[in-house]
Design a protein around this ligand. Structure first.
Ligand SMILES: Cc1cc2nc3c(=O)[nH]c(=O)nc-3n(C[C@H](O)[C@H](O)[C@H](O)COP(=O)(O)OP(=O)(O)OC[C@H]3O[C@@H](n4cnc5c(N)ncnc54)[C@H](O)[C@@H]3O)c2cc1C
Ligand code: FES
Length: 280
């Protein structure tokens, strides 16, 4: 894990209120793999970390630049090689002050962050058929996983769920080898209904399933997997509000099943990837 300033190299709204922002900062993306995340400070700090802190404190100026105080966790969406080296992106919905601030960053703006963090997805050595399930903005970490799997000549089917056609992640941004199944709550694109239906149908086809999305969606998937008595494993990325992202504040503790009972785990350090059957 490294802390560093990152520089925005590209930013655009891709659909509805969903943005992709690309950053340059090899330190933070170095060694990252799909399902891992980073923390980004979403406030106008300026200068090097700490450089402005002392004068402001002395002058007793309002510390508006530290608002919001807590950094925001974001999954790595994709990694590419840019003109000046490695670049990584985040795909995010504007839902509040932090993400609105991120969406206003322009090319050349700097953002402070740290990463890569947590344990991401793990593709088993013998897995050939992968089923990826993304609900809403949950597609963010799955795109890179799909790209890596396709590069290894694995078969990938991705179920993309959204509330309506406006909020569907565009299929053309996925590798052409990926089989895409779209579901929308209102039926305005793809199949009408929830991702759980095609998930249940495709569960026996896959060797492993990977999911990210609203808790209620992943919980429903766990119920489908449990009812089917399948031996397929379903890796899910849990989302909790995070204060540090590094195991210090204990703000992201969840209970999971372990041998002999249940135990508290930290989503940022022990996760965010967990086996669905250990959580629900
Ligand atoms: C490991 C991890 C990876 C994530 N990856 C992504 C990603 O790739 N793309 C993306 O759009 N979002 C992602 N999130 C969620 C993202 O961190 C929150 O949407 C963001 O922090 C909201 O900040 P805000 O200031 O804009 O909103 P706030 O004003 O803080 O909150 C707005 C709304 O979002 C909810 N919210 C805030 N933080 C979280 C959170 N951590 N989990 C669930 N709900 C939250 C609040 O309850 C509230 O309803 C991730 C979260 C985690 C824990
Ligand atoms: S976010 Fe601080 S311990 Fe997990």
């Amino acid at each position: 894990m490294k802390t560093a300033w990152t520089e925005v190299v590209e930013s655009a709204c891709v659909y509805a209120d969903t943005w992709i922002t690309w950053f340059r900062s090899p330190e933070i993306g170095n060694g990252a793999y799909p399902g891992q995340f980073l923390m980004l400070r979403c406030c106008d700090e300026g200068g090097e970390p700490g450089a402005e802190l002392e004068p402001r404190t002395k002058n007793l100026e309002p510390m508006a630049s530290f608002d919001p105080l807590l950094p925001r966790p974001m999954s790595f969406h994709r990694i590419r090689t840019g003109a000046h080296g490695p670049e990584w992106s985040i795909l995010y919905d504007v839902v509040g002050r932090g993400t609105a601030w991120l969406s206003r960053r322009k090319v050349g703006d700097r953002v402070y962050g740290w990463g890569p963090l947590g344990r991401g997805y793990e593709i088993g050595h013998t897995s050939r058929n992968l089923l990826l399930v993304g609900g809403g903005i949950g597609v963010a970490p799955l795109v890179w996983l799909a790209e890596q799997a396709v590069a290894k000549a694995l078969s990938v089917t991705m179920i993309v769920g959204a509330r309506d056609s406006e909020h569907v992640f565009p299929s053309h941004l996925l590798p052409p080898e990926v089989e895409v199944v779209v579901t929308t709550d209102d039926g305005s694109a793809g199949r009408k209904g929830f991702v759980t239906e095609p998930f249940g149908e495709l569960l026996e086809w896959c060797d492993q399933a990977f999911a990210c999305g609203p808790t209620v969606m992943m919980q429903a998937m766990a119920a489908v997997a449990h009812a089917s008595k399948t031996r397929r494993t379903v890796q899910v990325l849990l989302e909790e509000r995070m204060g540090c992202g590094t195991g210090i504040c204990y703000g992201c503790a969840v209970q999971v099943r372990v041998r002999g009972g249940r135990a508290m785990k930290l989503v940022c350090k022990d996760g965010p990837r967990f086996e669905a059957r250990d959580v629900w």
